[in-house]
Design a protein around this ligand. Structure first.
Ligand code: G4P
Length: 559
């Protein structure tokens, strides 16, 4: 393994909130913060996330050949795919981190699983980023998964840049797509580039800000793109380059855009109120550089993070961070786990004791790693915005906080109500211990949620999709030697509860004992058997609020 030191830095930015953790510190920390951009690319499966990731990595020099990321996905078993089960199914179950430099910034790109059954993994990853790039397929428009992902972004006011992909295909009208984005994703949009034709007639894009014309050259996947600068949209060069009809149409479109859409206000973008929109074709490497340039120009550096005791600013001198992902068995020969920790403040140092707040325990890490997918590198230090992998022997749960001694917990890592519930049935009574340990560890990793019901210690597993149950059964058998089956139970949603009237809540919990389960933290959860019953209980118990996310004390989606 190589050692990696994060290199020198660029402009600084300061925050003026009072520290709850340490004191303000040296320029070094400010500069490291200002240099970093931590983000994720999100999309409905097949919109082009992997292809765009690959192109970003090419620009960042992190991979050398087009097709590297893609072919790994097809061959299975390289870069971001760790688990054998992924290899078999060809679905990216895991989240990995890709670090590269571009435009003077150090960029941490957090990969997210594409399959909807692992959506919760993606939701959690979104808690560790400072912004996202959302990829939309121009043929399909806004799809179901996109809406859900954006809901999570809205909960945290995450800044979004939109890339409308596959312009080489016969897609939908660009204005219709923008309307759909605004309507379905509840966010204002601002086109930054504009397509000239679409599908067979696609000629390129007009850059609304630099007033440049980028002409489409299908099949050209080189990093460089040809660009023609024009003086204004009235420039006669436009007619020569793209033809009179297309030029007339473009002038008409641009007129309409300037009249209808507000100019991009960067503060509004950074507050998650407006999303700049780019058009292009990731596969053809067209319009990708514009997105990356805009991203490095306007995406926010690591900012303050909410904790149960107020915000922690990234330039607090004392280190703090939280675990948003746990991954087991990176190497199938070893029973190891890697906890992915997002650094939120201060400087993390190798071989230094840190405080595990939940366990009230001091832990030291000899081999913290940084990732370019499977290529692990030991890091000596890490800064706010960085994601490091900590070797774990079972100390971590999703959401755990590490500090230099302060006793606060980061907030904003919610568990959402699963959508499918099954009772876990032990198929081999000789392996009860292994099954218990396995399901506890897998659910600590966040593979699924575990609820228990008394009396009888019945275990109920909640997932987002069918495939997760298969993954759990497979992993319990192959990693823990325990055989299980899943039995359907009548449950529609898991609802955490709060009430202004504790007596009414206690009575409800007593009356509904058959539908009350405990989550892993011991909170009482109501398993609503159907949407109808949930509505009925809400009407009958006006003093109780039913929440479909466990993070009910802060931003919540009400049931
Ligand atoms: P995902 O990670 O969001 O699931 O999408 P991914 O990048 O894997 O892309 C899904 C499919 O869309 C791939 O085709 C990919 O080549 C194609 N694609 C991505 N960008 C563009 C584009 O700009 N134009 C066109 N026409 N297609 C694009 P596939 O057939 O599923 O895979 P492959 O055989 O190409 O590897």
């Amino acid at each position: 393994m190589n050692r990696r030191h994060i290199g020198t830095v660029h402009s600084a930015k300061t925050y003026f909130r009072g520290p709850i953790n340490g004191t303000r510190t040296t320029m070094g920390l400010h500069e490291e913060i200002a240099k970093r951009r931590t983000f994720a690319i999100i999309s409905h499966p097949d919109a082009g996330k992997t292809t765009l990731t690959e192109k970003f990595l090419l620009y960042g020099g992190a991979i050398q050949t087009a097709g590297a990321v893609k072919s790994n996905k097809i061959r299975r078993g390289a870069t971001s795919d760790f688990m054998e089960i992924e290899r078999q199914r060809g679905i990216s179950v895991s989240t990995s981190v890709m670090t590269f430099e571009y435009g003077g910034k150090l960029i941490n790109l957090l990969d997210t699983p594409g399959h909807r059954d692992f959506a919760e993994d993606t939701y959690r990853t979104l808690t560790a980023v400072d912004s996202v790039v959302l990829v939309i397929d121009c043929v399909k428009g806004v799809e179901a998964q996109t809406e859900r992902l954006m809901e999570v972004c809205r909960m945290r006011s995450t800044p979004v840049i939109v890339f409308i992909n596959k312009l080489d295909l016969e897609g939908r009208d660009a204005f219709d797509l923008l309307d759909e984005l605004e309507e379905k994703l509840s966010i204002k949009v601002r086109p930054m580039s504009w397509p000239i034709g679409i599908g067979a007639t696609f000629q390129g894009v007009y850059d609304l800000y630099s007033k440049g014309l980028r002409l489409f050259d299908p099949g050209k996947t080189k990093v460089e793109q040809s660009s023609i600068q024009i003086d204004s949209i009235q420039d006669p060069q436009l007619d020569t380059q793209i033809g009179e009809d297309a030029a007339a149409q473009l002038r008409e479109d641009i007129d309409l855009i300037e009249g209808v859409y507000d100019p991009l206000n960067i503060a509004d973008y950074q507050a998650g109120r407006i999303a700049p929109v780019f058009f292009g074709s990731a596969f053809n490497n067209f319009g990708v550089k514009e997105v990356l340039d805009a991203f490095t120009g306007i995406a926010p550096p690591p900012g303050p993070r909410p904790t149960d005791q107020g915000e922690v600013a990234p330039d607090d001198t004392k280190f703090s961070g939280f675990v948003f992902k746990i991954h087991a068995n990176l190497d199938p020969n070893h029973r190891d786990r890697i906890a992915f920790l997002r650094v939120c403040s201060g400087r993390f140092q190798r071989n230094t004791y840190y405080h595990h707040v939940r366990l009230e325990k001091q832990l030291r890490f000899a081999t913290p790693t940084n990732f370019l997918a499977a290529a692990k590198t030991i890091v000596d230090e890490a800064w706010p915005g960085d994601v490091i992998g900590l070797f774990d022997t079972g100390n971590f749960k999703i959401g755990d906080t590490l500090t230099e001694g302060a006793k606060f917990q980061f907030r904003g890592i919610p568990a959402f109500s699963p959508e499918m519930f099954r009772e876990l049935v032990n198929m081999d009574p000789m392996k009860t211990k292994q099954l218990d340990k396995g399901i506890r560890q897998l659910t600590d990793e966040g593979v699924a949620q575990l609820f228990t019901q008394q009396p009888g210690n019945k275990k109920i597993v909640g997932c987002v999709g069918e495939l997760q149950f298969e993954v759990i059964a497979y992993r319990l058998e192959h990693e823990y030697g325990a055989k299980c089956a899943f039995q359907a139970i009548p449950a529609h949603k898991a609802c955490w509860m709060t009430s202004t009237d504790q007596a009414q809540l206690d009575q409800f919990i007593r009356m509904k004992a058959q539908q009350i389960v405990q989550d892993k933290d011991g909170n009482a959860v109501f398993m609503a058997p159907s949407a109808y019953m949930l509505d009925l209980e809400k009407r009958n118990n006006p003093a109780i609020t039913f929440h479909t996310t466990s993070e009910f004390k802060t931003a919540v989606a009400e049931a």
